[in-house]
Design a protein around this ligand. Structure first.
Ligand code: ARG
Length: 458
């Protein structure tokens, strides 16, 4: 007999059981469901709604059920639909009809909202920790590369040289926004919806603040209809997760490019690459490729849930059961990607000489020649045109700017002096950009301080 079987005259069609059941995936919430039930049952006794000995029996029984589920997932059945009814059924099997008092003053609608919040709260803490570890890995690599110069790109064309430390730091600050977004969403996850009942509240003299305190929530939700229909906190999580994946995906794309023979800027450690079943020479950057690839499924979960929710009237609708698989998959995808990224970044080899070569054999110091002319009184527009001609002529004669003699320089502009050779040196070009946020060593040191402060705060 179903827990809700009273008003029915027939058993449920077996396919309907399978179709409507969520137990195959919401079993991940078992421990949180039981945690919530323990708080609820303690509250019921404290409020005088059940007796102390009933509370003790139920609490004992719940702990046994928790162990039962941990030991053998087969005790969970689709016939009992979801984690809430499976737990209640097992509890009643375990301690008899007193177990039937557990659900007093509660509905599965406020219960699932509670379970999801308890679950996500833990996941956010884990993810913030993993993000901080990746930030630390990036910072350590950056600190080892304050002398390494590589071309900075726009339009994937060499633009101006930057320190490799500067490039890596950009990801540290990107991930910092991800950390902050998760921590901000935590405020809205961290409210207790229990007590909203099915939708309208409950006629029992429950104490919502008791449950809130017992489960370490920062507040209770304010409106029962909103409490059971709200999945904003899941959407926010998926949206924050999508940005994290987008950041990891962009970094992945750079790693894939950089580890190609064409760039050869870095080499990923063998432990983080895979081979080809046919071509013996291959070493493929599967990890960043797969992180880039898995970004799609996380975006999909965000769009999926937004779409599921958009037409729903208040309050709970069964559609909302679709909120879970995408959330679980997103958590697992993020944990997988972040756990691999930190050691992959820590162990990658940086080919400094190749990076430097790409700077030297190029015209990425052209802006500095133009800026130099400006300091000698030429207007920037005029300087831009002169340097453009100089670059064109160098390309034609297969030379770089630093290959020109002073006489050749003077042919383009007679304000150019001997000091131009120092100005156009790659490290000088980098160090000229010393305003805060720029790529000069001085500014990079300042960025390290900012990053260290952020990391000490999280
Ligand atoms: N399994 C349901 C879900 O995940 C729990 C809430 C069900 N409530 C109901 N009245 N059917 O959304």
């Amino acid at each position: 007999m179903k827990l809700w079987g009273g008003r029915f005259t027939k058993p449920t069609n077996e396919l309907v059981d399978e179709y409507t059941a969520s137990i195959s995936f919401d079993q991940k919430l078992a421990t949180y469901d039981i945690l919530g039930s323990l708080a609820h049952v303690n509250m019921l006794a404290a409020a005088g709604i059940i007796e102390a000995d009933e509370r003790d029996q139920i609490a004992e029984g719940l702990k046994k059920v928790d162990q039962l589920i941990k030991d053998n997932k087969n005790v969970l059945t689709a016939e009992n639909e979801d984690i809430h009814m499976n737990v209640e059924k097992l509890l009643i099997d375990e301690i008899g009809s007193v177990g039937g008092k557990l659900h007093t003053g509660r509905s599965r609608n406020d219960q699932i909202a509670l379970d999801m919040r308890l679950y996500l709260r833990d996941q956010v803490v884990t993810l913030v920790d993993l993000l901080s570890k990746l930030q630390t890995a990036l910072l350590n690599q950056a600190k080892a590369h304050t002398e390494t110069v590589l071309p900075g790109y726009t339009h994937l064309q060499r633009a101006q040289p930057v320190l490799f430390a500067h490039h890596l730091l950009s990801y540290v600050f990107m991930l910092q926004r991800d950390v902050e977004r998760l921590m901000d969403s935590f405020k809205r996850i961290n409210k207790s919806p229990l007590g909203a009942g099915a939708l309208a509240g409950t006629s029992f003299p429950i104490d919502r603040d008791y449950v809130k305190d017992a489960l370490n929530f920062y507040a209770i939700t304010e409106n029962s209809l909103d409490s059971v229909s709200d999945r904003d906190f899941v959407v926010e999580f998926l949206s924050g997760a999508s940005l994290i994946m987008m950041h990891l995906s962009r970094f992945s794309e750079e790693l894939v490019q950089w580890s190609s023979q064409e760039f050869n800027f870095v080499e990923l450690d063998d432990a983080f690459c895979t081979g080809s079943s046919m071509m013996p020479q291959k070493k493929n950057p599967d990890v960043p490729e797969l992180v880039r690839g898995k970004t799609g499924r996380v975006y999909g979960h965000l769009l999926g849930l937004l779409t599921t929710l958009k037409g729903l009237p208040l309050a709970y609708n069964k559609d909302m059961q679709e909120d879970k698989e995408g959330m679980f998959d997103t958590v697992e995808t993020l944990v997988g990607a972040l756990s691999l990224f930190s050691p992959m970044v820590e162990t990658m080899t940086v080919n400094k000489e190749v990076m430097y070569e790409a700077v030297v054999k190029d015209y990425s110091n052209a802006t500095d020649l133009a800026d130099y002319l400006v300091t000698k009184g030429v207007t920037f527009r005029e300087a831009h045109a002169v340097v453009g001609e100089a670059v064109l002529s160098c390309i034609e004669s297969k030379k770089y700017l630093l290959d020109l003699s002073l006489t050749e320089f003077k042919a383009f502009s007679d304000v150019i002096d001997e000091d131009i050779f120092k100005v156009l040196d790659p490290m000088a070009v980098v160090n000229a950009r010393k305003a805060k946020g720029g790529t000069a060593k001085e500014s990079v040191q300042w960025q390290f301080k900012q990053a260290d402060n952020y990391l000490n705060d999280t």
